[in-house]
Design a protein around this ligand. Structure first.
Ligand code: AHR
Length: 655
């Protein structure tokens, strides 16, 4: 690591090895700041795909905690040593909660300890000495049994054991604190009944105490930290195709995701069965991470909320089921109620529900997405109906319109022409393509119509092999291609108002889609080179575009060197981003015209020892930004841009 770092510094300041046109120059016109950059320009796309929510961001460690999966014992196993005699049965009479009615009855004859175990989400990850809050609903049916809750490591070692007793014939919450004595990334938990008797159990739950902001039943702190470190301008949720559902009755309905968690009805996750080559039969949505928690997360990390609602269309890659135009009223009402839930006074029906959940202040939502990746006239018809009502009642809300799944096919162009006529606010473009596409499209927005709708580059990710190929990797090459593309977004920040990589999270043992911005296991979050690229743009956003011109480049450089620059008016700094996507070091003169004095700043370089390099849990920082102090001494200075690199120069400028 250290030696690679030194290598970068030498490249940044030395001329040796540079292979470029002698006069290659980037001119940044510091005197002519252009359009304002949206403070919410760089953001986050969240979808419950790849165990992103359940088994991921939502820190619950028990899978199928309420026995509501269609196979009610999925994730659970009966523990029945040879001398033990007993039965387990799933029932729903006199349930703890009618919205999630199933529970488990454990009947033991008391001949030996008898019970059930839960495997967690691809194992239960716990750290030695940390505090975990166990809770469940219990009802005594007969006898006087004791119940032991025992946490095991992946090797079978007992990590912690606590006893519960004092049960009553009414459902009652029983809680215990577990403090494992060793770390295990794939542990499991057992509920063991001792003595003769019968117990009903439901809503069995285990959370780390150290969730994000220590919220009980909250989010995984390491995963949220990775988001917070991006300084995201917005958070789009809950997806993605999950908004649409494969069928309308499986669409995402935000009203089912608020209120007490026990009352949020379970729904199958469309990524459970979407890919035959990556089936995930144990993937369901508990909605423990629901719309209130999404809004709360946005407030926590300073991101503008961008919820997406179903527009009366199921995923067109699946059933393509449509809600008839005449029946669209309830869908539109859901959108209106969502605005009230987010922004309405506590005296309003939905504002009161927000307040009851602990947030009387409004969430100040300013944007709403109508549908996800829709296409065709059917979408135009439905978008039009939504827009008519929403614009009349809530002109303050910016509406995000869909442009289909491709950045340049017939569906895309059809929708753009219609949305232009409809004077849509902002159009959500999606780009999953080869790294070369991203390089070639770096000038895509230079000639976009400035009078038409704005652009939201809502989902982008370079695919090293092909879209939905399981061979796609988060390589350095892909990240650098994205960086080149992002310079184009930044140079055109007057028309491209927002951008996000997609998807966001993927569990290393439970993913359906690759590549992803962040990989997780049961204990850790891994930052990809693609993450570092988006972070470098987001954390160096600036507030005004500065014009840039590249001149005197060699033929190779002219094709594959990219630049953008911004002014950070608050800090009084200029930030220059340079991408060298060639295979050789490139020596670049940087001229900040109009800068009378340039003071010290920083030089950040993202480079790698191979284009195919990736970060892994074993070597998580193989590719990471290297920051060094930088004092150019004047408005013109030379930089050696390493092969396949992103360089960010930040300097204080006096005009
Ligand atoms: O990001 C994965 C999927 O890609 C999203 O759900 C969808 O919008 C797109 O097709």
């Amino acid at each position: 690591m250290h030696s690679f770092h030194s290598f970068l510094c030498v490249l940044a300041f030395g001329a040796a090895g540079a292979s470029s046109a002698p006069g290659a120059t980037l001119t940044v016109d510091v005197e002519r700041p252009g359009a304002a950059i949206n403070p919410a320009m760089w953001g986050v796309f969240f979808e419950d795909i790849n165990f992103g929510a359940d088994g991921g961001l939502y820190a619950e460690l028990i899978k199928n905690r309420g026995f509501e999966f269609p196979e009610p014992m999925m994730g659970w196993a009966t523990l029945s040593p040879s001398l033990a005699r007993g039965t387990v049965s799933v029932r729903s009479d006199q349930p703890f909660n009618a919205k999630n009615p199933r529970y488990l009855r454990i009947q033991s004859e008391g001949t030996a300890p008898f019970g059930v175990s839960n495997e967690g989400f691809r194992g239960i990850g716990v750290r030695a000495g940390d505090v975990y809050d166990f809770a469940m609903q219990v009802r005594l049916v007969s006898g006087a049994p004791r119940l032991t809750v025992r946490l095991y490591g992946s090797d079978g070692a007992v990590l912690e054991s606590v006893q519960l007793s004092d049960f009553t014939s009414e459902w009652r919450r029983q809680a215990a604190v577990l403090q494992p004595k060793a770390t295990s990334d794939k542990g499991w938990i057992a509920l063991i009944v001792e003595g003769a008797g019968t117990l009903d159990v439901d809503f069995v739950s285990l959370f780390p105490r150290a969730t994000w902001k220590q919220r009980p039943g909250g989010l995984r702190a390491d995963m949220v930290q990775a988001l917070a470190d991006l300084k995201p301008g917005f958070l789009r949720f809950p997806g993605g195709c999950i908004v649409e559902g494969s069928h309308l009755d499986r669409r995402y309905q935000w009203k089912h995701t608020i209120g007490p968690v026990e009352e949020r009805p379970l729904l199958i996750n469309r990524w459970n069965y979407e890919f035959l080559h990556r089936p995930t039969p144990d993937y369901f949505q508990s909605f423990g991470l629901g719309f209130f928690e999404y809004f709360q997360l946005c407030a926590d990390i300073g991101a503008e909320p961008l919820p997406i609602v179903n527009c009366g269309m199921a995923c067109q890659f699946n059933s393509g089921e449509l809600c008839a135009l005449d029946d669209l009223g309830s869908y539109i009402q859901d959108a209106l109620d969502l605005i009230e839930f987010a922004n309405g006074p506590v005296t309003s029906e939905w504002g009161a529900k927000r307040a009851a959940m602990g947030h009387p202040e409004p969430f100040n939502m300013k944007m709403l997405g109508i549908g996800n990746e829709q296409w065709g006239q059917q979408y135009v018809d439905r978008y039009t109906k939504f827009a008519e009502v929403l614009k009349a009642k809530h002109p303050e809300i910016t509406l995000v319109a869909a442009a289909g799944p491709s950045p340049d096919d017939e569906r895309f162009h059809f929708l753009w022409s219609k949305l232009r006529e409809l004077r849509a606010d902002i159009v959500d473009e999606h780009a999953y393509a080869k790294p070369s596409w991203f390089l070639d499209q770096a000038h895509r927005y230079d000639h976009y119509d400035r009078a038409g709708p704005k652009v939201f580059m809502g989902e982008y990710a370079a695919q090293t092999v092909a879209v939905v190929s399981v061979e796609n990797r988060n390589t350095h090459e892909a990240a650098i291609a994205e960086a080149a593309f992002l310079t184009g977004l930044e140079r055109n920040a007057d028309v491209v108002r927002m951008a996000a990589y997609a998807p966001l999270f993927a569990h290393i043992d439970a993913w359906q889609w690759t590549p992803n911005l962040l990989w997780t296991d049961n204990l850790r979050t891994l930052r990809t080179p693609n993450y570092h690229v988006q972070a470098l743009f987001s954390r160096n956003r600036g507030d005004r575009i500065l014009p840039v011109v590249l001149t005197e480049l060699s033929e190779g450089e002219a094709k594959r060197i990219y630049a953008s620059a911004v002014e950070d008016q608050v800090a009084g700094e200029v930030v220059v981003k340079l991408v060298n996507a060639t295979g050789q070091t490139s020596r670049m003169q940087v001229a900040l015209t109009g800068a009378a004095r340039v003071a010290g700043g920083s030089l950040t370089v993202l480079a790698a020892d191979a284009v195919t390099a990736e970060n892994t849990f074993e070597v998580p920082e193989r590719i990471a930004p290297q920051v060094t102090p930088f004092s150019p001494g004047g408005g013109t200075f030379a930089l050696d841009l390493p092969a396949h690199s992103l360089t960010v120069v930040r300097v204080a400028v006096v005009r």
